[in-house]
Design a protein around this ligand. Sequence first.
Ligand code: MEV
Length: 319
Amino acid sequence: MNIQNVASEQTAIGIAHSKLILIGEHAVVHGQPAIAIPFPLVGVESVVEYVPGSVKLDSSFYHGPIDSVPENLNGIANCIKETLDYLGLPSRDLLIRINSSIPHGKGLGSSASVAVSIVRSLFSYAEEEYTNDTLLKLADVAETYAHGSPSGIDTLTITSETPVWYEKEKPIDFIELSEDFHFVVADSGRIGDTRLAVESVANLLRTAPRRFQRKLDRIGELTHQAKHALEKAGKHFLGQMLNEAQKELEALGVSDAGLNKLIYFARQEGALGAKLTGGGNGGCIIALARNEVHSRQLAEKLRKVGAHAVWPFVLKKDH
Ligand code: MEV
């Protein structure tokens, strides 16, 4: 999917791809770094058109005026209102149709992609240019509702074309790969609630701060090592870092039986490393394969063992 907006007279389109967190999820909420990668195999398209009446949403998750959305869509509704306000457009006479191929609640940044595609489509409708900062700020209105206290990594990666090194409130950095890395993403089938998972980690930190802070710090160290692996040390070392990070995520209580089953199976089948990706407690795993052929074989095996969907993909050196 190309990230470009196409405006016609009274219809405009905004597109956004999805994202994956390679390593550092949860710790990133508490100030540690994380590495995230754009995931273009799935995405969202938002189409805005002039339809007299109130501003309405038409999607698989809701159909109706944005003023009467259910609570879980307040973020999207506010994101739309703030964007219209920013653009000086009245809050009426619009239908926003959302088509998404991103499974929701699977750690693939579905909520952030919806928000980014909507903001892009509204700018396109108004025939206005946006800066990346404005796009992030407006899309993050929706994320604040979806995640409670989001790190901002999802929206940022969705608007990026390259792997990102992300630390809250620090300038973003990009990672140059020393080789191609072949992965498989597999969907456990269960929906995870990122907001709940983020809250549960915050609760652990409140009850036993030293013990759980050590785990987040350890994920931070592993993330630094993973960067070194991507830039220099290579896939075997990266695999070890992913496995180590999974240990810490399990200790933080965000990996459930369905994820663990796929993760251990992937390792048994030769994955160099495997862990959950995103918020956890449902959602997807990411496994590092040995090469392209292995990534396809592994994907097929993961599907046979119960993964609801599988995506073998490559992170290319020159990307
Ligand atoms: C969700 O994709 C990643 C988390 O770290 C939450 C966040 O960073 O906002 C779990």
